[in-house]
Design a protein around this ligand. Structure first.
Ligand SMILES: [Zn+2]
Length: 245
């Protein structure tokens, strides 16, 4: 068993091509016409073999699975493996989680549709629709419309809902493996978060674009979600069609 390309896409996409510890970018730009180098390392949280850092018995699939991997620069990989009592499994899992949240929250490229590779963003009317979009994606690009001018309370509401969408997307493959009932519960829970936004006067636009990671060696779908004020929606759609014209 080795790390599948599916797993590598998830890892690189959700890490934003950056080290989970120092956040340094892990793809070097082209130098003198030579292709950029990959300097990221796909580190195991629980070691692959007995005697390795943080070793515990795990089945081979889990050992090379997304949950047991962390994208690091070479320096931090060395340090993390040299000091397993400081860098415990729990600490590494927390660092990974907070890094991925940081990546999700920092991708704010403006309204969906501002890039020619974006598909048309459509109004998400159900939890099932959002869930389908999220669980099939490798990366997430979620945020509020830049013109929304949110109050603190609204910003909290939007963040909570988007985080719920991303969390459900991340565990999507596990949910699917638990069958229809688990999927139905997931969709319900996503729908509840969507309801919270709708009751507060927001609309969620969803779409997707192609993402590219690890210096272009990995590509896949990125889910886009934009939370827009319902009374801005009209304006929003007009500005999008003007861009297309
Ligand atoms: Zn680093």
């Amino acid at each position: 068993m080795s790390i599948t390309s599916e797993t590598r896409k998830r890892l690189w996409a959700r890490s934003g091509n950056r080290c989970a510890l120092c956040r340094k970018e892990l793809v070097r730009d082209d130098v003198d016409g030579l292709p950029g180098a990959l300097i990221g390392e796909e580190a195991h949280i629980v070691a692959r073999s007995p005697g390795g850092p943080r070793y515990a018995p795990l089945d081979p699939e889990a050992r090379d699975g997304y949950s047991n991997l962390l994208l690091l620069c070479a320096n931090d990989h060395t340090q993390v493996d040299a000091q397993p009592t400081r860098y415990t499994v729990e600490l590494l899992e927390n660092l990974k989680r907070s890094h991925e949240r940081w990546v999700t929250n920092r991708l704010h490229p403006g309204p969906a549709g501002d890039d020619s590779s974006h598909t048309r963003a459509v109004v998400m009317v159900s939890g099932a629709e959002i869930w389908d979009l999220m669980f099939k994606a490798y990366g997430y690009d979620c945020g509020a419309d830049e013109d929304a001018d949110l109050t603190d309370a609204e910003a909290d509401l939007v963040d909570d809902a988007l985080q719920a969408f991303v969390d459900w997307g991340e565990i999507g493959p596990d949910v699917v493996s638990h069958g229809f009932r688990a999927m139905r519960d997931a969709k319900r829970s996503v729908h509840a978060a969507l309801d919270d936004l709708t009751s507060a006067g927001f609309v969620v636009l969803g779409g997707e674009r192609q993402g590219s990671w690890a210096g272009g060696t990995l590509t896949g779908k990125v889910a886009l979600l934009r939370v827009v004020r319902a009374d801005h929606l009209h304006r929003y759609v007009i500005s999008q069609s003007q861009e297309r014209a």
